[in-house]
Design a protein around this ligand. Structure first.
Ligand code: CTP
Ligand code: ZN
Length: 150
């Protein structure tokens, strides 16, 4: 029988199959706990048939595309389940687009995207799982992507 670690939710978003240990990074991407407007539950290192995973359940909130792209950078196997009236109304696997614009800072201090002029950061996605990105302008690859997420 499937063991339920956190109660089912009535309405909101369940981010499931998060790379084990990365739930807190997902919370940071969602601005939690600073922007707390709803109940959030977290399970870390839960056993599943595909190895261990983390789960984040955010009640009464649906995610922005930019938030989903950020999650794909640190949890490429995550699924986003939209819950309405206790049912899984939608299920999507996160997927990185081929380019990510304005969501990660380049780690090269002299990169044109780090000047004060309004050049948005831009990265080419060279591998989706594990995520690997290089700067469109200077070709620098961030050492730790999660540290560079805006
Ligand atoms: N869930 C929830 N509240 C609900 C319905 C589902 O919190 N009212 C959660 C489940 O606990 C699970 C996730 O949403 O973590 C996806 O639910 P479901 O699709 O029913 O589970 P699985 O079939 O196991 O999903 P998958 O195949 O994606 O692993
Ligand atoms: Zn750069």
């Amino acid at each position: 029988m499937k063991e339920l670690k956190i109660p089912l939710i009535n309405n909101g978003t369940v981010i499931d199959h998060i790379t084990s240990g990365n739930a807190l990074k997902v919370l940071r991407i969602l601005g939690i706990p600073e922007n707390l407007s709803s109940t959030v539950s977290v399970a870390i290192n839960v056993k599943s048939h595909l190895g261990n995973k983390d789960i984040v359940k955010v009640e009464n909130r649906e995610l922005e595309t930019s938030e989903v792209d950020k999650i794909a950078l640190i949890a490429p196997k995550a699924t986003i389940n939209i819950i309405r009236n206790y049912e899984v109304a939608e299920k999507h696997k996160v997927e990185l687009p081929s380019e990510i614009i304005g969501i990660v800072n380049c780690s090269n201090p002299t990169c044109v995207s780090n000047y004060n002029e309004p050049v948005k950061s831009r990265f080419k996605v060279i591998n989706k799982d594990p995520p690997q990105i290089i700067c469109y302008y200077c070709e620098r690859e961030p050492e730790d992507i999660s540290e560079r997420i805006i």
